[in-house]
Design a protein. Structure first.
Length: 138
């Protein structure tokens, strides 16, 4: 199935590795980036899940870079609260419930705890453009 079909017809219930190319594509783009971190591998692994249910390699917790586990939590939250061409936003509460329900199963427990703590911070607004999550004055 092509990306165009996903956008036009909606997201399929079951996808194959060929339907999920963006981690590999992004890693390929970053393969020569000179950074103090293995950024291409971090991006490649951000859809891996600690129980091995992720993709593209089906890695388990100890095989997944910590940075990838952290990005995975942020990515899930952002994906669920954002509108997609094939579905409306699922909402902040659904995203929080997903992370809480799968804490330690799919997602790194410490990363989920930190994420939920940041989200519960009064004044944090994911969409306000304020990167540190604190209330802007003025």
């Amino acid at each position: 199935m092509t990306g165009h079909c996903i956008l036009v017809k909606g997201a399929p219930q079951q996808r194959t590795a060929n339907d999920r190319p963006h981690p590999g594509f992004a890693a390929h783009l970053l393969r020569n980036a000179e950074m103090p971190w293995p950024i291409a591998e971090i991006v490649l692994q951000h859809h891996e899940r600690i129980n091995g249910a992720g993709y593209p390699k089906g890695l388990h917790k100890e095989q997944i870079l910590l940075e990838s586990q952290i990005i995975a939590v942020a990515d899930v939250y952002e994906a669920m609260i954002s509108h997609r061409p094939y579905r409306p936003s699922l909402g902040k509460q659904a995203a929080i419930e997903e992370l809480s329900r799968n804490r330690g199963l799919l997602y790194n427990a410490d990363a989920v705890d930190v994420c939920l703590n940041v989200l519960s911070n009064e004044g944090f607004d994911f969409n306000d453009g304020n990167a540190n999550g604190t209330r802007q004055k003025g």
